[in-house]
Design a protein. Structure first.
Length: 227
């Protein structure tokens, strides 16, 4: 367990203990519903299922400059949202709702979902792997709109720092890629860089050309407080 995860777990445990008696009250006050619309702005990358969560400020699914959690590693390397979803759902005192889109979100495509939030659950986090990449993910941690009904924010692509960027078909999961003449492999390349940083994109060092590259931001996010 990383130092970050240990600290996060400690914080969450403290919140559970302190908030036990008032949790129902907090939930009743936090009854706002938000629509979240996410548009893929890249020219040649798809998002795997996009995880969304409403939570308090005591929870972060990633912190740039620190090591990724094991759950984020699976999302960033394999596109799997189940482990991170389970970890967040295990923190009901700090996390209000977790959801995810289905399938892939291609370039220029918009997907949406709704989430309950508000009260002390005043933040929204998003995460989705970019394919084809080794361990790049679209990530966002932002405040929910409380005083106005719409907020527009842009999300960057980060490197999870858990896998070397060899850009090879054997290392990257996914459906049929023209460059691979079939599905990606999804093998574990290992040799991670160590910390979550801004992704350097596709450099053309493996099986994928630089036309798969992008510039930040990679997603436009519109958060709408529903009536
Ligand atoms: Ca990497």
């Amino acid at each position: 367990m990383s130092r970050r995860m240990t600290a996060l777990t400690t914080t969450v445990l403290a919140l559970v203990l302190v908030g036990q008696g008032t949790h129902d009250t907090v939930l009743a006050q936090a009854g706002s519903r938000y629509e979240v619309r996410i548009t893929n702005l890249t020219p040649g990358q798809s998002f795997t299922p996009i995880l969304g969560a409403t939570h308090s400020g005591g929870v972060s699914i990633f912190v740039p400059g620190t090591a990724a959690s094991p759950e984020l590693r699976i999302l960033a390397e394999e596109g799997g949202v189940a482990p991170l979803t389970a970890a967040l759902n295990a923190m009901p005192a700090s996390v209000m709702e977790v959801t995810a889109t289905a399938g892939l979100t291609g370039p220029g495509v918009t997907r949406s979902f709704t989430l309950m939030g508000g009260g002390t659950y005043d933040r929204l986090s998003l995460a989705a792997m970019l394919i084809p990449t080794n361990d790049a993910f679209m990530g966002l941690d932002t405040a929910l709109p409380m005083g106005s009904d719409v907020k527009v924010v842009y999300a960057y692509a980060y490197d999870a720092g858990t896998e070397v960027n060899d850009e090879r078909c054997a290392s990257i999961p996914g459906p049929s890629f023209p460059e691979c003449r079939g599905p990606g492999g999804g093998g574990v390349a290992g040799r991670g860089e160590g910390a979550v940083v801004i992704s350097s994109g596709i450099l053309g060092v493996g099986d994928f050309p630089r036309t798969r590259d992008w510039k930040n931001p990679v997603a436009r996010v519109v958060i709408h407080l529903l009536p």
